[in-house]
Write a protein that binds this ligand. Structure first.
Ligand SMILES: [Zn+2]
Ligand SMILES: [Zn+2]
Length: 436
């Protein structure tokens, strides 16, 4: 059971190893924080500071999630910017880019300003993503330039795939000079055909409508061609299939300006998670086959995929207690993200048998990787800079329980799973989380 509180005036992180993801260098050292700023350890009173025992721990830059759904405005019963920020902090995140599929959607500069104003003073920095089309209706382009000027870091109709290729083509063309990505939830609605789980022998056996890997791959292929043609920046979210990983790899080899992400749940879970009709495992795109899962792992290990993103998607208990057909798609993910991703990536390795990633390489996928996709600068880990830190116990084994959840919602199939690697503390914007 952890706590989230205002950061004490003086904090000493003692005995850990500082890993700077921008230089990829590690150094054993104590780290001191005074009034929210990094200072030399000699600059704080001995005995007066709160001490974090970081022996055996890695201290690094706070994580960046480029794909969160915080549901404000409109569905504050699921999550708010404030409760989502607490979930983020508990997961080691200091920044979250929030998707615009709220009610109403964020499709103009006023909406972007609303999110920024509501986020002032929260423990993590919130970066709004604006809608690509008006009302996320998939037809008329939203006020992209105005939203960028107001502070939008990317554009997406996430939740709804952009079915009309010409609309996405124009969006990519208009945003070409802005340097910000267009993120399209890639699923062809006709191929998806109402599928609620992966199309496979298992979906046939369960009698549930299947969503084929083709539904994702066909749209990813279209999107990659459009990005190449229009010259804009495309980011492919939540890649779930071997086919889509292969397409991203091939287009990167051709030099197309594209990036892609994977979620911890597509790394660590397969369609087996819905075998007992568990609605918490109902996500879009769906959990796939073991071969697909391994391909997504390989994509992160070999650099085809650029970063880990949570697709944190809270829903109420009542909504998820409906049957498999009626329950909404999505699961929360911020609090379990590091545990799941680290557990899988450090031990899994490539399907060819190579070794897995180091803890530091996993940290890159949560810091420099997402920062590069969104064009964000990391805060330098130097005296005088704001403390934006996470303290990690890479070898700690722990079981994910309800006590670890800070989100307003609890929809996750990961309760009871044991992970290797735990967030011990997060320091961000004058707040801190400690897992003690
Ligand atoms: Zn999506
Ligand atoms: Zn999403």
């Amino acid at each position: 059971m952890g706590t989230i509180a205002a950061l004490p005036g003086e904090v000493l992180i003692k005995g850990g190893t500082l890993y700077d993801p921008t230089t990829r260098k590690s150094r054993r050292m104590d780290i001191a924080v005074k009034n929210g700023l990094l200072v030399e350890p000699a600059g704080i009173r001995s005995g007066g500071a709160e001490v974090i025992d970081a022996r055996g721990c890695i201290v690094t830059h706070g994580f960046i999630d480029i794909h969160g759904h915080f549901r404000e405005p409109g569905r504050e019963d699921k999550e708010t910017l404030a409760t989502g920020s607490r979930a983020a902090l508990a997961g080691g995140f200091s920044r979250v880019c929030v998707m615009p599929n709220t009610d109403p959607p964020i499709d103009g500069p006023e909406g972007v300003s609303f999110i920024l104003e509501r986020s002032e003073g929260l423990p993590v920095a919130i970066y709004p993503i604006g809608a690509v089309t008006r009302g996320q209706g998939g037809e008329d382009l939203a006020e992209l330039l105005e939203m960028r000027a107001a502070g939008a870091v990317a554009f997406s109709d996430d939740g709804v795939p952009i079915q009309d290729g010409q609309v996405l083509r124009r969006a990519l063309y208009y945003t070409r000079d802005l340097g910000v990505p267009i993120i399209n939830h890639a699923e062809d609605e006709h191929l998806r055909a109402g599928g609620i789980m992966n199309e496979s022998a298992l979906s046939t056996r369960l009698g549930l409508p299947g969503n084929p890997a083709l539904a994702e791959a066909a749209m990813v292929y279209r999107d990659l061609l459009l990005a190449e043609d229009a010259g804009g920046r495309l980011h492919v979210p939540h890649v779930s299939t071997a086919l889509a990983v292969d397409l991203v790899r091939r287009f990167k080899e051709r030099g197309t300006a594209i990036t892609a992400e994977a979620t911890p749940h597509h790394l660590g879970l397969t369609e087996e998670a819905v075998r007992d009709f568990n609605t918490h495992a109902k996500v879009a795109p769906p959990l796939r086959s073991e071969e697909d899962r391994q391909a997504v792992v390989d994509g992160l290990v070999d650099g085809t995929l650029d970063c880990i993103a949570t697709d944190h998607a809270p829903h109420t208990v009542e909504e998820k207690e409906q049957d498999m057909y009626r329950a909404p798609f999505g699961m929360i993910g911020l609090e379990s993200a590091f545990g799941m991703a680290h557990t899988i990536l450090r031990k899994a390795g490539l399907s060819g048998g190579q070794t897995g990633l180091s803890t530091e390489q996993v940290l890159d996928l949560l810091t420099t990787g997402p920062a590069r996709v969104m064009g964000l600068e990391l805060t330098p880990l130097e005296p005088g800079q704001p403390a934006e830190l996470v303290v990690l116990a890479p070898d700690e084994e722990w079981t994910f329980t309800r006590d670890d959840i800070y989100s307003r919602s609890r929809n996750t199939p990961m309760l009871g799973l044991t992970f290797t690697g735990r967030v011990r503390a997060t320091i961000s914007r004058g707040s801190w989380f400690t897992s003690r």
